[in-house]
Ligand binder design. Structure first.
Ligand SMILES: [Cu+2]
Length: 212
């Protein structure tokens, strides 16, 4: 009898254990399902987040395009237009790696145009040198890449490069430089840009230049 009771007890234990085991996987299944539910939940906010910033830049971009010429939108559209006087303009570069203008409109009545750059900062040319290079917008990146080989002594401008329409010297803080070029050089199929070819600067120190 004792043996049978023991067996019965053992059977009960096994049954309970079996029941317990059945319960445990069921519990495991539930949390397993929760992460699955969470994953799609994560995907949804991601899509929403991606859609939101995409919409946001579009609005300021459209505003910039409305307030300025369409050519100003891709480069320097957040900066004011340069003041032009007597077929020339004076622009500034600073120690914060910025030009003070985002676009230059050259009067069509000018046969030549002069850009003067004042470096209003204090940093040396090797650390924060600025120049002004004029080219087609589509040539900017390639000119800057080739200009790295010219080094600071070569103004970071590739020598004898037909893509370079005009360029000033590279100057450090307190320096001034200028360049004069024929307006006909920027009357072809642009758009054209002015930029600083110092390594890294060309990505942000740039603006549009057009004949208006
Ligand atoms: Cu620069």
């Amino acid at each position: 009898m004792n043996t049978r009771l023991s067996l019965l007890a053992a059977a009960c234990v096994l049954a309970l254990a079996a029941c317990g085991n059945d319960t445990t996987p069921a519990d495991n299944a539930t949390p397993a399902a929760t992460p699955s539910d969470t994953a799609p939940a994560d995907t949804t906010p991601t899509d929403t987040a991606a859609g939101t910033p995409a919409t946001t830049p579009t609005t300021p971009g459209s505003d910039a395009g409305t307030s300025a010429t369409p050519a100003a939108t891709p480069a320097g559209s957040d900066k004011p237009a340069a003041t032009v006087d007597n077929c020339s303009t004076v622009i500034e570069g600073n120690d914060a790696m910025q030009f003070n203008v985002g676009s230059i409109t050259v009067p069509s009545s000018c046969s030549e145009f002069t850009i003067t750059l004042n470096h209003t900062g204090q940093m040396p040319v090797v650390a924060m040198g600025h120049n002004v290079v004029v080219s087609k917008a589509s040539d900017r990146e390639a000119i800057a890449a080739a200009g790295m080989g010219a080094g600071v002594d070569g103004d970071y401008v590739p020598a004898d490069d037909a893509r370079v329409i005009a360029h000033t010297e590279l100057v450090g803080g307190g320096g001034t430089t200028s360049v004069t070029f024929p307006v006909s050089a920027i009357q072809g199929s642009g758009p054209y840009e002015f930029f600083c070819s110092f390594p890294g600067h060309w990505a942000v120190m740039r603006g549009s230049i057009q004949v208006g």
